[in-house]
Design a protein around this ligand. Structure first.
Ligand code: NDP
Length: 306
């Protein structure tokens, strides 16, 4: 048996079309949702992410602007920038790209973002809204995981869901979203006993660990849905062979780029799972699509709450 592929690129494209339609509908009432992205310094990976976010904003018709304080910016300078963005009516979403340089008090900066404009959903106010099932902004990657389940026709209510990883950014909010949709949720982490045994209980297994190919076939109940959030760069040949020996297409990428991406789930899991997200092309594309959706949601929520 080979698992059904849950195609994140296709689902993200559908979401972008829906968001673009909402943006057009808002334009008819004179509203153009605006996203401000703050990128401090010159981290190459962050620059790539921010470029993708700005490009995607333009494609769906959002107003967007990029702020690029220097690598040596102070916490106070950043707080002043956030205060300005908070006060501007045409800005609906504020995204501070992480990680921030070490001299910056990241927690203080994230706390300063107006919760109504917190399109990353990291502010404690939005965390509270999520856990008490009130309308608010939900972190993009976890929201993307739920979209994959919905659009992939995977039932959630009453199912056993196991989430490996308990970060504030992915694991915890995914667990809360699954619980809110009536799954029976178990959250695992580095201290969990018999991790493979716990994971084998899952009808829906979400891996958000950050360890290349850690989830092997012995973690997975035959027929389970496996959502792989991990993105790990593999540039070592031996490591590559461990995952992709004999996979010609992957080998081409690996030889041209010198690396390839692998999730937290070993590719062999596709032989036992019922449905699975690929890496790349699974959860990743949904993250940016949900940022677009969140910006529109923020624009609507803020206006409805005035
Ligand atoms: P963190 O490092 O913040 O959290 C990792 C979690 O995995 C922790 O809870 C940790 O447990 C747990 N863990 C680590 N090792 C083990 C182990 N051996 N057994 C069981 N649990 C373990 O990572 P994030 O949540 O930020 O990200 C997870 C992955 O998702 C990364 O690969 C990241 O790159 C990817 N990611 C992908 C996104 C996308 O758009 N596709 C967006 C965000 C993240 P403990 O708490 O005990 O330390």
């Amino acid at each position: 048996m080979t698992a059904r592929i849950l195609d994140g690129n296709k689902m993200a494209a559908e979401i972008r079309v829906e968001v673009a339609a909402e943006v057009r509908a808002l334009a008819a009432s004179g509203v153009r949702p605006g996203l401000a992205v703050v990128l401090v310094g010159t981290n190459p990976a962050s620059e790539v992410y921010v470029r993708g976010k700005v490009k995607s904003s333009e494609e769906v018709g959002l107003y967007s602007e990029k702020h690029t304080p220097s690598e040596t910016a102070t916490t106070d300078a950043l707080l002043a920038l956030i205060a300005d963005l908070n006060s501007r009516e045409e800005i609906d979403g504020i995204l501070v790209q992480l990680p921030l340089p070490p001299q910056i008090d990241a927690k203080r900066v994230l706390l300063a973002v107006d919760p109504a404009k917190d399109v990353d959903g990291f502010h404690p106010m939005n965390v509270g809204y999520l856990s008490t099932q009130r309308p608010g902004l939900v972190p993009c990657t976890p929201a993307g995981v739920m979209e994959i389940l919905k659009r992939g026709g995977v039932p959630v209510a009453g199912q056993e869901a196991v989430v490996v990883g308990r970060s504030d950014i992915v694991g915890k909010p995914v667990a809360m979203l699954l619980l809110n949709q009536n799954a029976t949720v178990t959250v695992c982490h580095s201290k969990t006993r018999d991790l493979p045994g716990v994971c084998r209980r899952a009808d829906i297994l979400v891996a958000a660990i950050g360890r290349a190919g850690m989830v092997t076939r012995d973690y997975v109940k035959p027929g389970a849905t496996v959502i792989d959030v991990g993105t790990n760069k593999v540039s070592d040949r031996k490591e590559f062979d461990r995952f992709f020996a004999g996979n010609k297409k992957r080998e081409e990428t690996f030889l041209t780029r010198g690396s390839t991406l692998v999730g937290d789930v070993h590719p062999e899991v596709a032989e036992v799972a019922g449905a699975i997200t690929p890496v790349p092309g699974g959860v990743g594309p949904l993250t940016i699509a949900m940022l677009m959706a969140n910006t529109v949601k923020a624009a609507k929520l803020r206006r409805s709450q005035k």
